[in-house]
Design a binder for this molecule. Structure first.
Ligand code: ZN
Length: 103
């Protein structure tokens, strides 16, 4: 992890992908996004996740500890947007008062 990436990772207060406040954090496999655990879970189910994981493992094995990731394909982005929309719908159902307060 480069110094800049590391600084961002520890300084980030919100998830790079969904914008929620971070309680626990982890790094994306696809790029350098700092993620909340819900986004990480969605990422693991992405169509391109296995390829992204393989590419990172291969890079580290080859001595590249600053591998930036393979990036998200259009298909992965679409999948993540859908999963986030589902999550927001579930959250709104579980906490209708919070939704009303922010509207
Ligand atoms: Zn998130």
């Amino acid at each position: 992890m480069s110094k800049h990436t590391q600084d961002h990772f520890f300084a980030a207060k919100t998830c790079d992908r969904c914008g929620d406040p971070l309680r626990a954090r982890t790094m994306s496999k696809f790029n350098r996004d700092t993620l909340c655990m819900a986004c990480k879970q969605a990422e693991r189910e992405c169509p391109g996740y296995i390829d992204a994981d393989d590419a990172e493992v291969a890079a580290v094995r080859g001595g590249d500890y600053n591998f930036p990731g393979v990036g998200l394909t259009a298909r992965d982005r679409e999948f993540l947007a859908l999963r986030l929309a589902e999550r927001r719908a579930r959250d709104a159902q579980a906490h209708p008062e919070a939704d009303a307060a922010s509207a």
